[in-house]
Design a protein around this ligand. Sequence first.
Ligand code: UT7
Length: 325
Amino acid sequence: MNKVTVRAIGSYHPGGKVDNAFFESRLDTSDQWIRERTGIECRYFAGKDEYTGDLCYHAAMDMKDRYGVDFSDVDMILVATMTADHVVPNVASQLQDRLGVKAAGAIDLTTACSGFCYAMTLAKGLIASGINRKVLVFGAETMSKIIDFTDRNTCILFGDAAGVVLMEHSGEENTVFESVCGTDGSMGKELYMSLRSNVANGAEISADGFVHQNGRAVYKWAVTTLAQGLQDLAAKNGLTLDDVTRFIPHSANYRMLESVFEKLGIPMEKCVESICRYGNTSAASVPLAWSEGVRNGTVKKGDTLLLLGFGAGLTYSGICVKNTL
Ligand code: UT7
């Protein structure tokens, strides 16, 4: 098995800052409700002509500025997103062209908020097995394009952003370790964006192209899944939770993170989140928090990290990494 490492990271959020007052003026909601129930203070929305592929491009440019990486010999591009610019061509193939990558495979993955951890797991497998040597892994969303701005249950939650890591074959040390993943398709109707009016088990849903969520049902599943997932991921890597330096869970709700961390006896200082300043950015939330953590020194070289995403499907995925950035 080839050794795998993370060589560089980057992230980007669009310029359109939206605070909670934006929703107060349009809907029956309040800054107080949003902060108390979710921890969200603000989020950023892409402009009318700005799409997920654009956010990915800027995240890659941030990575290039910070680490001076060369994209030309990347041999696989993975983009985790539920808000691709087109159904086809996929975002990954458009990035191949735009980033000047000479010859690469290009795949979009649709596992919503767990997508980035799934994509890292796939990249690890592709490099470890020798199929690829240099893989760009994006987590990116323009959730503002699929929000129903009349639905207070969902519209206050989401934001737009992109994050990216460059994973490579390493001659020296393996720093990308074991993963966990799972799904419960029977709960598909609790969180969806659909063009069809029912899911596999026949349950009726709205075929309107907007994201819908049964917040209470997903919350119940998420607290159990996150708590169990982190414990399983630590155990699979031969670690106790105390051995982990930083946890980067999907940022769906700050109150949820507080409750799970309290239950597991983990101090919140160990939690690297992106929910409070960016909202729930779905597939982007984990790489965004990681990238910001590296930038502001919260995440240090040598830290043992547990990343874990969860969301629509319902799906979850986590991976253990030694931070090399
Ligand atoms: O990212 C993928 C995974 N997603 C998640 O993990 C999200 C999990 N769910 C959550 O984070 C929370 O369930 C939410 C933040 C979405 C909602 O918070 P909650 O404390 O579970 O609220 P709720 O849905 O139980 O609603 C409580 C009340 C309801 O009113 P009634 O029925 O008690 O009269 C809602 O209608 O709050 C009402 N409500 C609101 N009130 C003001 C719902 N949204 C709003 C709002 N402003 N924006």
